[in-house]
Ligand binder design. Sequence first.
Ligand code: HAM
Length: 441
Amino acid sequence: MGFQAPRGTADLLLGQAYALNCMERQAQAVFARYGYDLIETPTFEQLDVFVRGIGEATDVVGKEMFRVFSPAALAKLGEGRALKADEMLALRPEQTAGVARAVVQHNLVPPGATAVKFWYKGSMFRAERPQMGRLREFHQVGAECLGAAEPSADAEVIIMLMRFFEACGIPREAMRLYVNSMGDAACRPAYRDQVRAFIVAHADDLCAECVRRADTNPLRAFDCKASTCQAIMADAPRITDMLCEDCATHYAQVKGLLDDADIAYEENPRLVRGLDYYTRTVFEVQVDAGLGSQNAIGGGGRYDGLLQEFGGKPTPGLGFAVGLERIQLVLRALGTDAAATPALAVYVAATGADTRTAAFSLAQRLRDANLATELDHQGRSLKSQLRQADKSGARLAVIVGSDELATGSVVVRDLTTHEEEKVVLEDVVRAIETRLVDDVQ
Ligand code: HAM
């Protein structure tokens, strides 16, 4: 068997890459309305960025990291020597940690500064067991707002997320927005202790993984897929009953602002999300159509302690990320997956070898005039070129024949009506533009 794309990765073919690109452009358009600026951070970072940022006890860091080794680092490992921290690298499983690292490194949010807002797009890598909607390389767009602690920032981020999904074509009624508050350093430790005690008390009935994680990350038991664990954890203590006054007020204000903005949501006190950096507000958008068990199309939350993990001053922050492949699956299931490769405007056909050079230079003229144009390079017959033109989706064909060329003209053929018209070669760009404009009107 020949080479295959690695397990859990995908070649984006037949308009899929273009569909992803369309979503990225939607993100750019929507996020720009909220003042977000594009940021790029490296695809791989020092391993510690993820360990510190996301948390050692999370699945993402503990089980799903792809490590990256330079040849020199590999040689050192081969000799049994330890690697230095900056030689231990990993592909990013998400981008929030990288953005936070960059913000601290470049001091982008000095104390007292107005909030900065970044959005990003790109591949993320997680060594998960592949299944529908769960890939090892997948594409996210995300947004991070740094420097704003107020509930209005939370509401704004959530509203922007919903507007993005709507702009992609997912109807509001197909989505469920879940919100919760995870508390903060004041109230969460006591809550974790209670959940830990609850797990220990039910250890005989919970799965071994939930029991094992009771010490390191007890809240993960809420995300266990085993139905017995889910049934038991339904009776576990709820964070929302234990929020300190500041967190309770913050949460109430976020919900109030969402109500005012007519954003429908459901409170889910068991929504804990799989990354350790969250404080206070967390949210996730789920759908029923097309995704099976991987039904989260996006999620995020507040992380007021994250920048300090990278040596920054205390700086509040929050954001979200969405999975583009999952949006594509949802749109397909809803039958609204309209994305296709950009339409061609013109197909230039040559009647024979003697007019191919003229056809070639005409195609360049059309492209330079911003018209998407295709032509045959393989010397096919006119009939086969016109068949190709029909298949290509182009609106018009220009036929470059030797008789017409001798009189300085070409034939423009409407590929829908099959009407033909002789046009002076010099005027052909204008003639085509006029026809395409007429089409739009
Ligand atoms: P996350 O929930 O891990 O959050 O991922 C966000 C979205 O990425 C998910 O809702 C899902 O749509 C998509 N996704 C995650 N894993 C996969 C996968 N293996 N295959 C396909 N799609 C996947 C984050 O990544 C956080 N950084 C979000 C955030 C930003 N929180 C604050 N700021």
